[in-house]
Write a protein that binds this ligand. Structure first.
Ligand code: COA
Length: 669
C-alpha cells in the first residue's frame, strides 16, 4: 500500500548502511555529504575514474564540516563522524557490497549505460541503483539492465547537501515497493521527495530550463539585466544570474535539445546560448530601470512560459500540483508556486497572456482544461486513507510545518469533507518528516498584525476556526506528534481528542520568547483538561520549559508513545478507535487552577523575558479560569494575544526571530 505521506508505511528496507556515489564532479560530493550528515554511521564510497576530483571531494567534506561546526549546526564530534567511514577510490570493485549506488556522472547516455552495466555486474540484484540525471528518462538509461525493478532516477537540486527537493521517478518497471522505500529514505533523511513521471527533464527542470530558454529568446527585446529585473517579481534570482552561477548554458542547450527532438521545435534552445558564455546581469537585488513597454512584454512571456509548462505538466500528469508548487519554491527559488501566481493574476489575464504566447511562440503547449480545474488541490496537507481513518499530514517543509490560517482552514476542509462519511471512523493529524509536528504559528505573518490589537485578536480567531470545530466534532481526531510540537502547533494538538507521540518528540510553548502570549487556547484548555498538570503548563508558558514526549506521557497529556513513525500512526489509529463514541466536550464554566506563584521573567535556559508579557499572560490565565464559559475563556485568550501583539516586546521578539538574532527584552520591559 502506497501513501502520500511516505512515513506512514513501514519500509521494506532500513536506512542504507553503505552507499556508493559514482562521479565526484560537481554534485556527487554534495549528495555524498548530505547522506553522511543525515546518516553519520553510513559507510560511503565515492568512485570516479580520476583521483583529482576525489581529492577535491575530500577537501569539500573538510570545508563543509568546518563551516557547520563554526555555525553551530554540528558538534566537532558529529563532524568527525561525518568524515569517518568515507572512502574515495578509482576502483569500481568498491561498490560490490553497497546497498545503494547513486550515479552522478556527466549527462552522457552512453557513459551512463556503461556505468550501470558495470554496477549491475558487481552489485546484488536487489541493491538500489539510481541516476542523478536531470533530463534523461530512466527508461533510456536503464534499458539494458537485467533487474530494472530496483533502478530509477533520483534527481537532486543544487546545492544537493542543502536543497531539500529530490525528484523520484516512477517508471513502469520499477517495483512500487522500491519507489516507496526511496521516498521513505529521503523523507527520513530530511529531503522532500517528489514523484514524477519518466519524461525528458521530469517535472521541475521543464519549468526551469524553459524559463531560462524563454529568457534567452527574449534577448532580442531586452538585455539580460532587464530580463532579470523583470523576473525578480517571481524569483529570488533572475535566470541569467542563475545561469552565470551554474555555468548553465551547456545544460540548457542539452536539455532543450532533448525536449525539442522529442516534443517539437518550440523547445529548441535559443541560438545565443552557443555564442555567449557569461551574461551581463545587474547583480542580485540591484535595481535596473526597465521601460514600461519592454517590462510588460518580458513579463508576459515569462508568465506565459510558466503557464504553458504548468498546464502541460498537469495535463500530462507528469507531477502533482502540490509538488509542482513546492518544488518551484524550494528547488528553483520561485517566490510563489506557478499555480499560486496564476490564482493571483486571474483567469482573464491568463487567457490574454496565453494568447500572446501562442502568437509569439507558436507550438508551446497551453493549459487544456478550464483554469479553475487546476486550482482544486490541497496546498499544504496530504491526506491518506488507512483503513477507516483519514491521516492528515501537515506538509510545509520550508517552515517546519508552521501553521497559518489558510493551512488550518485546509485541515478543516478535509475534516468537513469526510466526517459525515459512515466509512470514516475518525482522523489522525500529524506532521511531515522526522523533525516537527509543527513549529507553531507562522511567525512570518506576525508583523502585519503587530501594533493592532483588534487585527491580532481576529487573526487568532481565524486560526482557531479549526480548533473550535474540533471541540464540536462527533468523530475523534488524534494528534500524532512526530517531532517538535511548538506554540500554535501544540495548541492544535491540545485540542485534538487524543495525543500520541513519537519517542523523542517534544512539547513547547515558546511564545514568551517572541514577546507574545499563546492565544489559541494554551492559557485555557490545559487547565480544564489536565488540571493536575497545571504547574507543568505554567512553566511551559511562562518560562519556555520544554517537555519531552515521555514526560508528557507520564503526566497523562500524551496517551501513548510510538517507537517509530509507522508505529506512532498505528497507535494514533488505535486511539481513534478507542475514542469512537466516547468524546468528552471541553469543560464549560469557571475552573480553579493551581497557584501562579510570581516568577522572575527568565526562561529555563536563562534567557531574559519580558516582565510585561509574563504579567499579561498571568492575567489572562486567571481571567480565563474564572470566565463564565469555555467560549468566553477562549475569547480572553484571543484578546490577550491581541494585547501582547501591541507590546514593544512583541516587536523585538518577532523582529529578532525574523532577523535570526536573539531578542533583547531588557530594553523593552
Ligand atoms: N514560523 C515561520 N517560520 C518558521 C517557524 C515558524 N513558527 N519555525 C521555523 N520556521 C522556519 C525558519 O525561519 C527557517 O526558515 P529559513 O530556512 O527560510 O530560514 C526554517 O523554518 C527552519 O527553521 P530553523 O530555525 O532554521 O531550524 P533550527 O533547527 O535552527 O531551529 C526551531 C528550529 C524550532 C528551534 C526554530 O525554528 C524556532 O525557534 N522556531 C520558532 C518556534 C516558535 O517560537 N514557535 C511559536 C510560534 S507561535
Amino acid at each position: 500500500m502506497s501513501y502520500n505521506n511516505p512515513l506512514v508505511r513501514r519500509p521494506s528496507r532500513a536506512l542504507p548502511k553503505s552507499v556508493a556515489v559514482v562521479g565526484a564532479g560537481t554534485i556527487g560530493p554534495d549528495i555524498a555529504y548530505y547522506l553522511k550528515s543525515a546518516i553519520p554511521d553510513l559507510a560511503l564510497t565515492l568512485v570516479d575514474v580520476a583521483q583529482a576530483p576525489l581529492d577535491r571531494a575530500l577537501q569539500r567534506f573538510a570545508e563543509y564540516t568546518a563551516k557547520a561546526v563554526e555555525r553551530g549546526k554540528m558538534s566537532p564530534s558529529q563532524a568527525d563522524k561525518v568524515r569517518e567511514n568515507l572512502r574515495v577510490t578509482v576502483d569500481y570493485e568498491a561498490v560490490r557490497d553497497a546497498d545503494w549506488a547513486i550515479e552522478a556522472a556527466t549527462e552522457d547516455l552512453a557513459l551512463k549505460r556503461r556505468i550501470f552495466a558495470r554496477l549491475e555486474e558487481l552489485m546484488r540484484p536487489n541493491a538500489l541503483i539510481t541516476s542523478n540525471t536531470s533530463s534523461l528518462p530512466a527508461a533510456r538509461i536503464f534499458s539494458e539492465l537485467r533487474h530494472k525493478n530496483r533502478a530509477t532516477v533520483t534527481h537532486f537540486f543544487a546545492p544537493a547537501w542543502r536543497n531539500p527537493v529530490v525528484e523520484v521517478i516512477r517508471t513502469p518497471e520499477l517495483d512500487p515497493q522500491v519507489l516507496d522505500d526511496l521516498r521513505w529514505t529521503f523523507c527520513m533523511t530530511g529531503k522532500v521527495p517528489l514523484v514524477t513521471a519518466d519524461v525528458p527533464c521530469f517535472m521541475l527542470d521543464r519549468v526551469f530550463d524553459n524559463w531560462c530558454n524563454e529568457a534567452a529568446h527574449l534577448l532580442s527585446r531586452a538585455s539580460a539585466a532587464e530580463i532579470d529585473a523583470v523576473a525578480a517579481e517571481f524569483v529570488h534570482a533572475g535566470p541569467f544570474f542563475v545561469l552565470n552561477l551554474a555555468h548553465g548554458n551547456p545544460i540548457i542547450i542539452e536539455t532543450n535539445t532533448l525536449q525539442a527532438d522529442e516534443e517539437g521545435e518550440h523547445y529548441r534552445p535559443a541560438a545565443i546560448f552557443r555564442s555567449v558564455e557569461t551574461w551581463r546581469t545587474g547583480g542580485m537585488g540591484k535595481p535596473v530601470p526597465v521601460g514600461r513597454e519592454v517590462a510588460a512584454a518580458v513579463r508576459d512571456r515569462l508568465l506565459g512560459i510558466l503557464i504553458s509548462q504548468t498546464g502541460d505538466i498537469l495535463d500530462r500528469a507528469i507531477g502533482e500540483p502540490q509538488d509542482l508548487e513546492l518544488g518551484c519554491r524550494l528547488a528553483l527559488g520561485f517566490k510563489a508556486g506557478p499555480l499560486a501566481l496564476m490564482r493571483g493574476i486571474g483567469d482573464a489575464e491568463i487567457l490574454r497572456i496565453g494568447k500572446r504566447l501562442a502568437q509569439e511562440r507558436p507550438g508551446l503547449p497551453l493549459p487544456r482544461r478550464t483554469l479553475g480545474e487546476y486550482q482544486s488541490f490541497r496546498r499544504d496537507v496530504l491526506v491518506d486513507t488507512v483503513g477507516d481513518v483519514k491521516v492528515i499530514t501537515i506538509r510545509r517543509p520550508e517552515a517546519l510545518n508552521a501553521l497559518h490560517d489558510e493551512l488550518t482552514d485546509e485541515i478543516l476542509a478535509v475534516i468537513r469533507q469526510f466526517e459525515n462519511e459512515p466509512s470514516v471512523s475518525g482522523f489522525v493529524l500529524t506532521g511531515d518528516g522526522p523533525r516537527a509536528f509543527s513549529a507553531g504559528a507562522d511567525i512570518g505573518r506576525f508583523p502585519s498584525v503587530l501594533g493592532n490589537a483588534a487585527a491580532a485578536a481576529q487573526y487568532a480567531r481565524d486560526c482557531a476556526r479549526l480548533l473550535q470545530h474540533l471541540d464540536r466534532m462527533e468523530k475523534p481526531c488524534v494528534a500524532a506528534l512526530n517531532g517538535m510540537a511548538l506554540g500554535g502547533g501544540l495548541e492544535l494538538a491540545l485540542r485534538c481528542h487524543g495525543i500520541v507521540a513519537l519517542r523523542g518528540a517534544s512539547l513547547q510553548l515558546p511564545e514568551i520568547t517572541l514577546g507574545i502570549v499563546p492565544g489559541l487556547g494554551a492559557m485555557v484548555v490545559p487547565y480544564r483538561r489536565w488540571p493536575a498538570a497545571a504547574r507543568l503548563f505554567h512553566d511551559m508558558m511562562r518560562r519556555n520549559a520544554r517537555v519531552s514526549a515521555e514526560a508528557a506521557h507520564a503526566a497523562a497529556i500524551v496517551d501513548a508513545l510510538g517507537d517509530d513513525y509507522a508505529d506512532m500512526i498505528e497507535q494514533a489509529i488505535a486511539r481513534v478507535h478507542a475514542l469512537a463514541g466516547r468524546l468528552a466536550r471541553p469543560r464549560d464554566g469557571s475552573v480553579t487552577i493551581a497557584g501562579l506563584e510570581p516568577i522572575e521573567p527568565v526562561a529555563v535556559n536563562g534567557q531574559a523575558l519580558s516582565a510585561e508579557v509574563v504579567r499579561l499572560m498571568e492575567e489572562a490565565i486567571r481571567a480565563a479560569a474564572t470566565a463564565p464559559s469555555f467560549a468566553a475563556a477562549l475569547e480572553v485568550g484571543y484578546r490577550a494575544f491581541g494585547a501582547s501583539a501591541c507590546t514593544a516586546a512583541a516587536r523585538e521578539g518577532v523582529d529578532a526571530f525574523l532577523a535570526r538574532r536573539p531578542p533583547d527584552f531588557r530594553k523593552t520591559g
